[in-house]
Design a protein around this ligand. Structure first.
Ligand SMILES: [Zn+2]
Length: 456
């Protein structure tokens, strides 16, 4: 794990970003050919031309396309090192066979490198802000990794006090769990000039007793933190909750008070109209990974997008998720529904609403933070007619290889593909070392791959 912060956080004075086409995602959907003047991370002036003091450092973006930074409302950076180990399993088997035993073996060092490996990938794919659901162990390492990357993030200790098949090392009594969560929040919430924040993270109804839920809701309310959880993901999980609680998942959430605080639900795949109506009335947000967006929006639910974790999705790539979201809506409701602009909104202005950060991020306009992605569309695979809709060019045309640089508060956190403060060779070597040690502690998956079985 690193000692101290890896790279300078602030540049005195302002920066002028000159040229290029800016897709603002503001309320008027303006597209601006022009300049942006950023002071102390905030967009001070923005338009066809701006007036910056003489001597202001200039970043030349002529010929590039910019969008607001992408916001992921649900990720598990702590699972990045488990990529590929849980394929072809159903949810509860995936948790008990693979994820829980590996999460139980995390320490600060492995959590740190898991955050760096996952965060580097997510940032290179345009992510500037994320809501992570944390880990049971290794949270100090995870927070330090987020800070060293320079990303805007909220996360918190993953809360669990029950779960058939869960290793004892992941479970404890509600009081010590909540005390540790509170201590982590006290230490990390608001650090890095407010770019790092806390979230209270009960894993899901199946792995938290009502007593833990009630304590988590009280903690979220007391600290004004989001309550970040999983729900309505699979039918199997909902049946398991009903067998355990003798009530539906939604009734359980309501009875423990979860609908009275800012609730951020990952998945929401199996949400019917009555459930959507109650979630909408409670001002809950659902993070698509994936869901029926038409239904959720009809009931006023705020919707964002997230890549979840590497061992279930492999890629932490918001452009891939936007494309998937749009294609799924088109498959379900018809090809004339859910445009490229709708998909981009999920990862920008609507994603900001879903994590309650719309006052700072989600669109490019004066007063907001200068978090943005720089695309180079002058590539063979993105050649198209000038008349092509700009949103289509980004969402259906570009992929992460078109992303050149990524800025958070006017500072490059991805600079021509590089992550300042890290070399890829170091990330690979230290990430692999941390993974090897974790697998040895877990006593699983340490050997070579089994021989490939041929399908008869
Ligand atoms: Zn998840």
């Amino acid at each position: 794990m690193s000692e101290g912060i890896r790279w300078p956080r602030s540049r005195p004075g302002g920066t002028l970003f000159r040229g290029g086409r800016w897709i603002t995602m503001d309320a008027a959907d303006r597209i601006v050919d022009g300049e942006m003047f950023v002071v102390d991370g905030r967009i001070e002036q923005f338009g066809p031309t701006v007036s910056a003091p003489e001597g202001t450092p200039v970043v030349d973006l002529a010929g590039k396309w910019m969008t607001p930074g992408f916001i992921q409302g649900h990720v598990h950076l702590g699972q990045t090192l488990f990529r590929g180990l849980g394929e072809d399993r159903r949810l509860l088997e995936w948790l008990t066979d693979v994820i829980w035993p590996l999460e139980a073996a995390h320490d600060d060092e492995s959590a740190y490198w898991s955050a760096i490996v996952g965060g580097a990938e997510a940032m290179r794919a345009g992510t500037t802000a994320l809501l992570d659901i944390g880990l049971v162990h290794g949270m100090n390492g995870l927070f330090r990794g987020l800070i060293d990357l320079g990303i805007r993030a909220r996360t918190g200790k993953l809360l669990m006090d029950r779960g058939e098949g869960a290793p004892a090392a992941l479970l404890s009594e509600p009081d010590p769990i909540l005390a540790e969560s509170h201590e982590l929040a006290r230490h990390w919430d608001g650090v890095d000039n407010g770019r790092i924040g806390y979230a209270v993270c009960p894993r899901f109804v199946f792995s938290c007793t009502p007593a833990l839920w009630e304590g988590a809701v009280a903690q979220a309310r007391g600290g004004n933190w989001p309550l970040h959880t999983h729900a309505f993901e699979t039918r199997e999980e909902q049946d398991a909750v009903r067998a355990l609680e003798h009530r539906s998942e939604l009734d359980t959430l309501q009875d423990v008070g979860a609908l009275t605080v800012p609730l951020k639900v990952a998945h929401g795949v199996w949400v019917d109209d009555p459930t959507a109506e109650r979630l909408g009335a409670a001002a809950a947000a659902i993070i698509h990974c994936p869901a029926d967006l038409d239904r959720l929006r009809r009931h006023g639910i705020r919707v964002g997008i997230g890549c979840d974790g590497s061992p279930c999705n492999n890629f932490l790539d918001p452009l891939g998720e936007m494309r998937l979201a749009a294609l799924l809506q088109k498959w379900r409701h018809g090809p004339d529904r859910f445009t490229a602009r709708d998909a981009l909104a999920l990862a920008t202005r609507e994603g900001a609403l879903a994590i309650d950060a719309e006052d700072r991020i989600g669109s490019l306009e004066v007063g907001k933070r200068a978090d943005f992605v720089v695309f180079d569309l002058e590539r063979v695979h993105t050649l198209c007619a000038e008349a092509v809709d700009p949103y289509t060019r980004i969402v259906f045309g570009a992929d992460r290889t078109n992303i050149e640089s990524v800025y958070i508060e006017g500072r490059a956190v991805v600079d021509q593909g590089r992550i300042p403060g890290f070399e890829d060779g170091e990330i690979l070597a230290r990430g692999r070392e941390a993974l090897r040690a974790l697998l040895a502690r877990a006593g699983r998956f340490g050997g070579p791959a089994p021989p490939v079985k041929m399908t008869p």
